[in-house]
Design a protein around this ligand. Structure first.
Ligand code: SF4
Length: 410
């Protein structure tokens, strides 16, 4: 039910928990798509949308997974019509994650016609052997083909997801993939280092000594990425995220807040620039500690200081919704200081760091009063920069953002 004292929640995430097959490194909740289960999921998802719609006025929507593009045209129609019927249209940014193997011209046109205006393409690599090594179902040719299909369907805002530090990936192969990915001309680029999550085949192979992790090489790949992305006209605005500063065909700079790259090759006290216009606004909301509803199995919501998590079990998810209740496995009301600590930690992933006033508005805590010692320690290490109006990580600090952010948790 809407809370009349609070504005409606402006951010919606939907988890689609199906994949053609499981990638070697993946720890997200997803399962192999089986016709009946997928059909039940779509019905349940529409029910869950109905339960929260009155408290939602989405400015950003993100369908992730899993592989949302695995849903059939008919299943997409069911979902899109429900979104329309529940008056949830009108988001300025609506992203759907797609696997290059499951993009068709019809699906792309259908999504675009119903208000989806951004696609995130899970490319990961453009090297055939490394795609096999990761267990991806798509080929490099499918990447180029699906990118063209999406453009033809009218998508003017495309993200390309890449991975580096893949076992067997040399610097030369990384450079090649980077060059080809940048040449695609997407508006956004997300690049993550491979992480070894427990219970994944890649983790087991590492534990069994089948390969070693070369941290120095991964660092060099990250440096290469930052340099090449900048040279190609991207602006880094988060540890792993880069976006164009202007929309296609316009010279208009972004509005929004300020961002500046830090680090050894840039002046740490340089004047901040704006968050790029084509940054992923949905993720910026996470990093700024904003509220969001997460629907679908395993999805997390964060609404008015309460975090809830849905069951990571599609059968149970469907059963509970069939009985008319939200499929929530856990609920946690965070203490205000813990919440502020998390918000501090997330926001430091942004190149802009935290403007002190904005942090205070968002959390009611003063970063300088409650985390002074932590910030001083980061400055001593060369990982942080304390400006008169804000605290942010340097380029070196951004490389170790997870470790730096941990200091802020309470
Ligand atoms: S496609 Fe994405 S969600 Fe599915 S298994 Fe691979 S990495 Fe995981």
């Amino acid at each position: 039910m809407p809370d009349t004292d609070h504005p409606r929640v402006a951010s919606l995430y939907v988890h689609v928990p199906f994949c053609a097959r499981k990638c070697e490194y993946c720890a997200f909740y997803s399962e192999a798509a089986r016709g009946e289960v997928v059909a039940d999921y779509v019905v349940a998802l529409v029910r869950e949308l109905e339960l929260v719609a009155a408290d939602l006025q989405p400015r950003t929507v993100f369908f992730g997974g899993g592989t949302p593009s695995l849903l059939t045209l008919q299943q997409w129609e069911q979902i899109l019509l429900a979104v329309q019927r529940l008056d949830l249209l009108g988001a300025g940014e609506w992203t759907v994650e797609c696997n290059p193997a499951t993009v068709s011209a019809e699906k792309a046109r259908l999504l675009r016609a119903h208000g989806v205006n951004r696609v995130s393409l899970g490319v990961q690599s453009l090297d055939g052997a490394l795609l096999d090594r990761l267990g991806r179902v798509h080929t490099r040719e499918q990447v180029f083909k699906s990118f063209d299909l999406l453009r033809q369907a009218g998508f003017a805002n495309l993200n390309v997801d890449l991975m580096f530090g893949i076992p067997g990936q040399t610097m030369a192969r990384w450079r090649e993939t980077l060059g080809e990915a940048l040449a695609l001309g997407s508006e956004h680029l997300s690049c993550y280092e491979v992480i070894y999550e427990e219970d994944t085949p890649l983790f087991e192979q590492l534990r069994a000594g089948q390969f070693d992790v070369d941290e120095d090489l991964a660092c060099a790949m990250y440096e290469e990425l930052v340099e090449r992305a900048a040279a190609a006209g991207f602006q880094q605005y988060e540890v792993a995220n880069f976006a164009r500063p202007t929309r296609r065909g316009t010279e208009a700079p972004a509005e929004a807040e300020e961002v500046t790259p830090g680090g050894p090759r840039s002046n740490p006290s340089a004047q901040p620039a704006a968050i790029p216009a084509l940054a992923c606004q949905h993720n910026v909301n996470y990093w700024r500690g904003g509220a969001f509803y997460g629907l679908g199995p395993s999805a997390t919501s964060y609404v008015r200081g309460v975090r809830t998590k849905n069951w990571s079990n599609t059968g149970l998810y469907c059963e509970q919704l069939a009985c008319g209740s939200r499929p929530v496995e856990s609920r946690e009301a965070l203490a205000p200081l813990s919440r502020a600590g998390e918000t501090a930690a997330f926001g430091l992933r942004l190149v802009a760091g935290w403007p002190f006033e904005e942090f205070q508005r968002a959390t009611r805590f003063d970063l300088r009063a409650h985390w002074r010692g932590e910030m001083e320690r980061l400055v001593e290490k060369g990982w942080g920069h304390w400006a008169p109006d804000r605290f942010r990580l340097t380029r070196q600090g951004l490389r170790f953002a997870d470790a730096a952010a941990e200091l802020f948790l309470r």
